[in-house]
Design a protein around this ligand. Structure first.
Ligand code: FAD
Length: 372
């Protein structure tokens, strides 16, 4: 039987980042097990936006710290991180009034938010229809990176620091003895370890159940449709979002991507459901009239790991010695994965962390943690 000091389950941005930061803090024998290939889960299917506009101070502070880490490690990881900005469009007087009130909060956190009238939006982004827009808020500091490339680069950096990453290695069981982690089983092999990290994203609930832990992460599908980018839309566009319609679009290397709404219910099936295209296209053509003639060139879907109360689950699972979780990062996990990895590495190696993790404790939820 193999042995490892720490076994990480899941090769998304959370698992690879945790592996990287553990190795960077001097842990020698770190093994990451990925059922498929690195980035095959939500991470490789993300849009890649790290948004700096929001309504809650806690969320904005997390985003700022998360982006700081992406920037700090960009030279070592070699990611294509770049500032593309974000433009949020508020379409009713009530939405606009609420958005105006957000400016002082952003200013206090050092995020410069420009308030733009429809005429100003039209002058700066002439490809957008603004007849129904009451106000735009633009932040230039929001960054973007290619998710698939980013997670590969973090995995490479982790390997360079000694982490072993095994792909096509599905974890099928986690054995405990007297409430302590003893070993992790894959098909045909077992690894003796005293510490396991559940970084299985939308599959975290199943990996929790292997050790009798309740990890209430809900798998929800999000779909992306790709259109040929009209010439009038620049190849580097900001992230353009209509919060009122849960719609966004952005230029990416493969074309102009559009995202609108959610499929209903829980699922782990990432097959594209084309029935949702019409609604997304309706929003997109309304906002970018040049899209009316644009061919649809592709689509993909991914499963986002949604937590029950909007906050991720990060830290030890009470009652199971050696079992840690970092999951439930919802629609912002690509941004926050490296921050989660750093925090978890600190918690595992020192028992403390540079971020106050009390809001993210697993046992904040009465029904979470060790099953009885
Ligand atoms: C369409 C879409 C757009 C998004 N856009 C953004 C965005 O713009 N910005 C942003 O910040 N976030 C975005 N997100 C959210 C983000 O992608 C996720 O929150 C984040 O990638 C979650 O990372 P993770 O490492 O927790 O999970 P994942 O990337 O899903 O990784 C979990 C891994 O665990 C593996 N696994 C599962 N079970 C086992 C097992 N038993 N044994 C071994 N391995 C196992 C899976 O194969 C998977 O690779 C988007 C998500 C989607 C779907």
């Amino acid at each position: 039987m193999d042995t490892a000091d720490i076994v990480i389950v899941g090769g998304g941005i959370v698992g690879t980042s945790t592996a990287f930061f553990l190795a960077a803090s001097g842990v020698r024998n770190v093994l990451l097990l990925e059922r498929d290939v690195v980035g095959a889960g939500a991470t490789g299917r993300a849009t890649g936006v790290m948004l700096l506009q929001g309504e809650a101070e806690e969320g904005l502070r997390l985003q700022l710290e998360a982006i700081r880490i992406h920037r700090q490690y960009q030279p070592e990881w070699g990611t294509d991180l770049a500032a593309h900005g974000s433009l949020l469009l508020w379409c009713s007087p009530e939405e606009a009034a609420r958005a105006r009130q957000l400016e002082p909060l952003h200013a206090r956190l050092g995020i410069s938010l420009e308030l733009l009238s429809p005429a100003e939006i039209g002058a700066r982004f002439p490809y957008l229809a603004t007849d129904d827009v009451a106000l735009g808020t633009f932040s230039a500091a929001d960054v973007w990176a290619t998710p698939g490339l980013t997670v590969q680069k973090i995995a490479e950096a982790a390997r360079a620091r000694g982490v072993v990453i095994r792909e096509h290695a599905e974890v099928t069981g986690i054995d405990l003895d007297a409430g302590r982690v003893q070993r992790v089983r894959t098909r045909g092999a077992a690894v003796a370890t005293a510490v396991v990290v559940n970084a299985a994203g939308a599959w975290a609930r199943a990996v929790g159940a292997m050790a009798g832990a309740r990890i209430p992460v809900s798998p929800r599908k999000r779909q992306v449709f790709v259109l040929d980018r009209p010439e009038s839309v620049p190849s580097v566009s900001p992230f353009i979002m209509e919060p009122g319609k849960d719609f966004y679009c952005k230029s990416r290397p493969e074309g102009l991507i559009i995202v609108q709404g959610q499929t209903r219910g829980e699922t782990l099936d990432a097959t594209v459901e084309w029935g949702y295209l019409d609604e997304a296209l309706g929003c997109a053509e309304r906002r970018l009239p040049a899209l009316r003639a644009a061919p649809i060139t592709g689509a993909w879907a991914g499963i986002r790991p949604m937590p029950p109360d909007g906050r991720p689950l990060l830290g030890p699972v009470p009652g199971i010695e050696g079992y840690f979780v970092a999951a439930g990062f919802g629609g912002q996990g690509f941004t926050r994965g490296p921050l989660a990895g750093r925090v978890l590495a600190e918690l595992i190696t020192t028992g403390r962390s540079s971020l106050d993790v009390s809001p993210y404790r697993v046992d904040r939820l009465a029904h979470a943690g060790r099953g009885r």
